[in-house]
Design a protein around this ligand. Structure first.
Ligand code: ADP
Length: 236
């Protein structure tokens, strides 16, 4: 992101959700984004994903500059080069696990690469569950389906918005270990928004936002170093 600002509204109601943010996120890294409520985390994620357009500045994903793309090209890019994981798993209840995972491919009109599909399914530990419906799975398993669905198109980056927010802490840890493993052993790139210092400690680095601005970063975070930094950033 190069000098990215995102302004909502105008006049006295104007909000500068992102204020001149410049940052490079390297491939094969796991980055957590933290900040108080209203600090611009969602806007940051949405601008990085091409879901929202900055008011000024430029966003690159690999060799593509997002602001140069029209809506059709952006939709295609989001579908093929970005994987999304949300707090709510957003699975389609009437589709099997396998059909949920391969849905992005079908939407793109392409066929699954069977070797890659097997690897992804094995990696998230769902090999014995492909015929199940989402309602027959635990929350942690459903989030694993969502992660497999995010990976199936071999995206450049996986964006995760509070991916463990709906899970108990033990299941949440397993999902975070999985995300970290995707980076360390598969070379995936992951960007995750979280408000939880323990979740953030699974990342390689934590980026802090305050009032729409970058407010520092931490390498090799621990729950303690993250929590310490948070206390200095104001009201959470
Ligand atoms: P966070 O995810 O850290 O809670 P957001 O990115 O959601 O922060 O919001 C940052 C600021 O931008 C907040 O003040 C919020 O009210 C404002 N904002 C976000 N989206 C909109 C919108 N669509 N219209 C107006 N203001 C918005």
């Amino acid at each position: 992101m190069e000098s990215v600002s995102r302004v909502y509204g105008g006049g006295s109601g104007m909000v500068r959700a992102l204020d001149n943010v410049s940052i490079t996120l390297n491939r094969r890294t796991f980055t957590a984004v933290m900040g108080p409520s209203g600090s611009g985390k969602s806007t940051f994620l949405h601008c990085a994903a091409g879901l929202d357009t900055p008011t000024s500045g430029r966003v690159w994903l690999g060799d593509k500059e997002l602001s140069r793309l029209g809506e059709t090209a952006l939709t295609k890019l989001r579908r093929q080069r970005v994987g999304f994981v949300f707090q709510a798993y957003n699975l389609l209840p009437s589709l099997s696990v396998l059909d949920n995972i391969t849905l992005p491919l079908r939407l793109a009109g392409s066929r699954p690469d069977q070797a890659w599909l097997s690897e992804v399914v094995g990696r998230v530990g769902l090999a014995g569950r492909l015929d199940h419906l989402p309602s027959q799975l635990s929350g942690g398993q459903q989030q694993r389906v969502a992660i497999a669905r995010a990976l199936v198109t071999r995206p450049e980056v996986v964006l995760a918005d509070e991916p463990t927010g709906a899970l108990d802490s033990r299941t949440g840890r397993q999902v975070l270990e999985l995300l970290r493993d995707l980076v360390d052993s598969m070379g995936q790139t992951v960007l995750m928004v979280t408000h939880d210092p323990v979740s953030a400690s699974y990342a390689h680095q934590v980026v802090f936002l305050a009032d729409g601005r970058l407010a520092g970063s931490l390498e090799s975070p621990t729950p303690k170093t993250v929590a310490e930094r948070m206390t200095r950033l104001g009201e959470w």
